[in-house]
Design a binder for this molecule. Structure first.
Ligand code: IMP
Ligand code: MG
Length: 182
């Protein structure tokens, strides 16, 4: 079937269970804190919505949109903040929510920007962690699943803006990758 991008890696039930566990752990860690949850658009919108509605903390929320250029294999790609967060994070406990961290360059550049605004703490939560592909030192505080190679889509993740709305996570079939380089 043409709408199925490949083999399922994590189905909606596995995702659901893991998001529950993460919410429990995070909820516990942030008890009594002035928490701000920052979602990275567009990718994290689905995971973000599922996670925050299970947090007992009633955090403030905001979004950022990042664009990275030339982040091929050199580790020196530049990252532009296309849409910045709008609320103040000074003295507050900030948790960044990403769907997937690959080289780490994008989130790392964003963290450097946020640090200048003097949050009390700054942590990172990602649903998927391609840890072995990391090119910068980036501590991930909460990771849903650690995965190795392959390009994944669904549950917010896209390939060329496709497949974001699928409720499960798939490994994209090789023949759907055009032009190589992924
Ligand atoms: P990084 O700067 O290399 O960590 O890039 C992370 C960004 O690349 C993510 O926010 C995604 O937008 C994108 N990305 C990396 N790997 C994948 C994947 O397997 N599927 C979909 N998007 C991905
Ligand atoms: Mg993308």
């Amino acid at each position: 079937m043409n709408n199925i991008p490949g083999k399922i890696l994590f189905d909606r039930h596995e995702i659901d269970r893991r998001v529950n566990e993460l919410a429990e752990e995070i909820g516990h860690d942030y008890t009594g804190k002035d928490m701000v949850v920052v979602g990275i658009l567009k990718v994290a919108f689905m995971f973000f919505a599922d996670l925050i509605r299970r947090l007992p903390n009633q955090p403030a929320i905001d979004f950022a949109r990042l664009a990275s250029y030339g982040s091929d294999s050199t580790g020196s790609g530049s990252v532009e903040i296309r849409k910045d967060i709008e609320i103040s994070i000074e003295g507050r406990d900030v948790l960044i929510i990403e769907d997937i961290i690959d080289t780490g360059i994008t989130v790392n550049a964003f963290i450097e920007q946020l640090k200048k605004r003097r949050p009390r703490s700054l942590r990172v939560c990602t649903l998927l962690d391609k840890r072995e592909r990391r090119e910068v030192e980036l501590p991930v505080d909460y990771a849903g699943f650690i995965i190795d190679g392959g390009f994944v889509v669904g549950y917010g993740l896209d390939y060329d803006e496709k497949y974001r709305c699928l409720p499960d996570i798939y490994i994209l079939d090789e023949e759907r990758l055009s032009g190589g380089g992924l």
